[in-house]
Design a binder for this molecule. Structure first.
Ligand code: GLP
Length: 260
């Protein structure tokens, strides 16, 4: 796991956008994993800017979303499909139907989850998965206690996550109680995982993820078992890291050719 500490979200977004740009140059039909939440927004802004400037195209790329609320109406602005559409898909040139998410409105939710797993496999797997992290260490919606071997399935949100996400709704009662989420093993199947986190509220989760024991209590800690993980954090999110000095030193002397 490579931990990179930068001063702010914009500096982080530049590095992540460089990585996605170089992937799409190398492999224009790459499969991207898109995350919701506020953490990746600066990355999406930077990708949209590069697309507008003619420096980047998603025309042959495909993308899979991490998760979705169960039961939010198709037109609800906080439905993750709509959030992703607004924040990135509508701003660049993905082909119609190139972006998929789990169907939180399916009548048969387990069947929708199985179909989603199959769709990812049929696409050849995810090349680069963007991730945020919850304050309780969840990735996608894999809450504490999630099986480290889990696949896409229905989950119940913790009260902590519902409270964290209430800012996007009129009040907490409107935050759904259930979601569909890629499992931890689904996420671990992606070739490159890129996790971004900013702010002091994420500091404990980042420390547990990178430096704690691997445990379902801190679901993101499973990333310690992945061979290619890049974690980009600002100074505040890095504030509990024991090896912060080492990570800074390593990045300062990182060879130019290496990329993430
Ligand atoms: C949400 C999403 C996650 C996201 C996390 C952090 O619940 N399901 O994919 O990483 O919370 O969100 P934020 O980036 O807004 O802090």
């Amino acid at each position: 796991m490579e931990v990179i500490i930068r001063s702010d979200g914009v500096a982080i977004a530049t590095i992540v956008a460089d990585t996605i740009s170089s992937l799409l140059t190398r492999k224009p039909d790459a499969v991207l994993g898109l995350a919701t939440g506020s953490s990746p927004l600066a990355v999406y802004d930077e990708l949209a800017r590069r697309y507008e400037g003619g420096r980047l195209s998603f025309s042959r790329a495909r993308a899979f979303m991490l998760d979705e609320y169960v039961g939010l109406a198709a037109e609800h602005p906080e439905r993750y499909r709509n959030v992703i559409e607004k924040e990135i898909v509508s701003r660049v040139d993905f082909a119609p139907d190139a972006v998929q998410g789990p169907d939180g409105l399916a009548e048969d939710l387990p069947a929708a989850c199985a179909a989603y797993e199959q769709a990812i496999i049929d696409a050849g797997g995810v090349d680069l998965q963007l991730l945020g992290i919850g304050t309780d260490g969840h990735i996608a919606f894999n809450e504490p206690g999630s099986s480290l071997a889990s696949r896409t399935r229905i989950k119940t949100l913790t009260e902590q996550t519902r409270a964290d996400n209430a800012r996007f709704f009129d009040d907490i009662e409107q935050v759904p109680r259930h979601c569909l989420t890629q499992g931890l093993a689904t996420i671990m199947s992606a070739k490159h995982l890129v996790l971004v986190a900013t702010g002091r509220g994420k500091a404990e989760a980042i420390h547990r993820m990178a430096e704690g024991g691997v445990s379902a209590m801190w679901p993101a800690s499973i990333l310690q078992h992945h061979p290619h993980v890049s974690v980009l954090v600002d100074d505040a999110a890095a504030s509990r890291l024991q090896l912060a000095g080492y990570y800074r030193q390593t990045y300062a002397s990182k060879p130019e050719w290496q990329g993430l």
